[in-house]
Design a protein around this ligand. Sequence first.
Ligand code: SF4
Length: 201
Amino acid sequence: MQNKAGMPPKPSIQNDLLGGKHLHDPVPSGDELPIHVKIESAYRLFNRIEQELRSDKEFSRLLKDYERSIELSQRIMRELKLDRDCAFCATQVPGGGCCGRGIEDWYDIYTLLLNLFLGTAIPTKRLDPNDCLFLGPSGCKLRARFHFCVNYLCPRITKRLNPQELLELTTQSGAELFLAWRLESILRIKTDTSTLKTCLE
Ligand code: SF4
């Protein structure tokens, strides 16, 4: 991410991390669709597959681990006062912050779906025309976030934190993203192409 004046193209690492399935057996992800269509599709898909996934022991266990990992990430952010700094920069500094309009388009249906499994409603009203759709008054309203949102640290942060703090933060981000990847892999395997196509229509 960078400041709101110039959004970079969507990072592509996520599509390379999907257990190989995405590379060899393309399943529609609706990546190209407008975000409001992806959100509606995620809710439709959630209604179709929630019961089956909730009764999947591996998925349920990973989901609990993921929730705990997100909480730990948030705790570290609070302890380092990053939540306060990032929310202030994003919402109060003109042209500041990294959560600019358009980043919501980087989200695919699976990350949105993970939010629904975590009981997190997906915002549909933008706070400010220049902001990401998912930015709230005190920071990001999503719990399952795109890898770039989890990983990105602006130069102000990297200069302020000491090496030990940076290590703690990036290690925890990696742990959180690893669990997200494992859950997404299960979602992709369990979501057959015809169900997904129907939900994306
Ligand atoms: S999804 Fe959340 S963290 Fe990512 S840009 Fe939007 S508000 Fe910021």
